[in-house]
Design a protein around this ligand. Sequence first.
Ligand code: CA
Length: 224
Amino acid sequence: MHVLLCEDDEMIASGITAGLAAQGVTVDAVASARETRTILRTASFDVLVLDLGLPDGDGLSLLRELRQQGWTLPVLILTARDTVSDRVAGLQAGADDYLLKPFDLRELCARLHCLVRRVSGRCVNLIEHGSLNVDPTSREAWLHGSSVDLSRREQALLLALLQAKGRILGAEQLKDSIYGFNDEVESNALNVHIHHLRRKLGSGIVETVRGLGYRLGPAQSRRP
Ligand code: CA
């Protein structure tokens, strides 16, 4: 899961970034409405966590603007404004969820997973693909019932492919889902992660579509 965090309080932003990273979530943090507009055009995200009091405007106006422009990514508002009318205003502006400060990082993490899951249309937590099962919250995977040890990047790559449900994803899109904006990415890093996924889960798990990118391979129900 790749989260865009828009929060101008540095302490809160670094706490969220570190806390979510520890749960295997990639976070890019920006601190203004202007930066949010810019980064949304340059990378793809699964969910936006939005603070309402921003130095260059109100988070609600930004949210309304994004929705009017057709942005559909799920948005969780993070705020200290706690009246019912504040919450209603947030939901009417196009927010999908609302979390009050101060909050517990575990709750934030659980809600983000829930939002992404809702958007991808799954109602149970476990993603099944033939005899492969993946729990996106605990980052565990099982093949034919046996636990498979995946690194954080491999897990993120696998989830991106599973969530795309067979759609072709370009190399840049895949890199966006496994790396943050400031991460150093070696030129062959994606190939290395794909190689490891194929070694651990079978060569058919990732299909290369020449010239276009990659997609999830067909589900395998039996042991090869
Ligand atoms: Ca603020």
